[in-house]
Design a protein around this ligand. Sequence first.
Ligand SMILES: Nc1nc2c(ncn2[C@@H]2O[C@H](COP(=O)(O)OP(=O)(O)O)[C@@H](O)[C@H]2O)c(=O)[nH]1
Ligand SMILES: [Mg+2]
Length: 195
Amino acid sequence: MIIKKAEFITSVASKNNYYKTDKPIIAVAGKSNVGKSSIINCLAKNKKLARTSVTPGRTRLINYFDFGDFVLADLPGYGFAKVSKEEKQKWADLMEDFLATQKLALLISLVDIRHDPTQDDIQMVNYLYHYQIPFVLVATKADKLPKTRVKPQLLNLAAKLKVGTADVTATSAETGLGRDSVLALIEQAVKIYNK
Ligand SMILES: Nc1nc2c(ncn2[C@@H]2O[C@H](COP(=O)(O)OP(=O)(O)O)[C@@H](O)[C@H]2O)c(=O)[nH]1
Ligand SMILES: [Mg+2]
């Protein structure tokens, strides 16, 4: 799939005003700082499209981007330690509602390739099975691992998240590793959605 355009559409803060579109929606989820904005910029080949932050956990919004053949939704990150209980509950309410009501073509669930999945990562995968949302796992920041550690870490993540070993893709927003694979997964999901 070739990306012909990538433009910011809107930010949404609550469940009553999700962006409505006939295009398939691809959502990107993951803990704060895992690289959601970076992978969106990498797909768009535009470093300024989605803001990448040095202060994680500040985005409590769903940011929508028009990618031509599909709409990409950058979901608010989870698992930021300094967030209050009320904030966490707000996040959970919004996400559960989003996942339950938005007919997603695909959800790209990001995990950091350097670490074991967190409880929140496992919880996210459980939500995805529960709501029967088509999803793939993407392991970010592969450039930060020695090359020989990449495959063993993919196997470890797949085992701990209870998905097939072919269902976790290594990426790097720095080097562009995995960009083509992620675009192929999106293309496949868009085709199935449009059938
Ligand atoms: N080395 C490296 N750094 C990355 C990669 N992806 C994201 N980062 C860095 O990780 C930090 C958080 O990224 P960001 O995209 O803002 O994460 P978000 O909170 O999930 O949207 C930033 O400093 C990014 O530059 C990657 O693939 N490789
Ligand atoms: Mg972000």
